[in-house]
Design a protein around this ligand. Structure first.
Ligand SMILES: Cc1cc2nc3c(=O)[nH]c(=O)nc-3n(C[C@H](O)[C@H](O)[C@H](O)COP(=O)(O)O)c2cc1C
Length: 167
């Protein structure tokens, strides 16, 4: 059996979602999959992949435009592959405490693409995050890195299993 190829694409503004995508990539490689991690903007053809993971950060209740456009641009071929979506957002422990449903645009993409799953991971705003809003939040003590590596890895290995990876 040939090695399955998986694309992990991300729409990120300040890098937090890149980190999540890279972690997913590491876990899927551990599962023996051939993985490409790439910015959503760069994805023009998904035909070479047996499965696609697409994630985007949340801003003011909206999923990353880069991720959404990637989904729209590649919809025709994504529909025929296993697709897994994720969002990176809450800068608190809420994503740990309960399943946070997809925002409306993501729910719509799930339906349109026939995506198998969606998960919301905690996000990150730290002193290194650029922008006035981020700086103000950190100043008020409302920042932090709420990306949970164990949760991200567990989801990635679950996808690895779904895609039939042989360890
Ligand atoms: C101005 C601003 C608005 C945000 N709005 C939301 C939101 O509506 N929902 C949410 O869950 N997270 C929100 N966040 C948190 C971001 O989604 C989080 O920091 C995310 O990890 C950023 O990912 P990125 O660095 O890849 O863009 C917001 C952050 C900022 C700075």
């Amino acid at each position: 059996m040939s090695t399955k190829r998986v694309l992990v694409a991300y729409g990120s503004k300040h890098g937090a979602t890149v980190g999540i995508a890279e972690q997913i990539g590491v876990s899927l490689r551990e599962d023996g999959l051939d993985v490409v991690v790439a910015p959503a903007d760069d994805v023009t053809d998904v035909r070479g992949f047996d499965g696609v993971v697409l994630g985007g950060s949340l801003y003011a209740g909206h999923w990353s435009r880069k991720a959404r456009r990637c989904a729209e641009r590649n919809a025709e071929y994504l529909r025929h592959r296993p697709v897994f979506l994720f969002s990176s957002g809450p800068v608190d422990s809420s994503a740990e405490q309960r399943d946070i449903p997809p925002v409306r645009a993501v729910a719509r993409e799930m339906e349109r693409l026939g995506a198998l799953e969606h998960v919301t991971f905690g996000g990150s705003i730290t002193a290194r995050t650029p922008g006035v809003v981020a700086r103000a939040l950190v100043h008020e003590g409302k920042g932090g890195d709420f990306r949970n590596p164990e949760r991200i890895q567990a989801w990635a290995h679950h996808i690895g299993a779904e895609l039939g990876a042989a360890r």
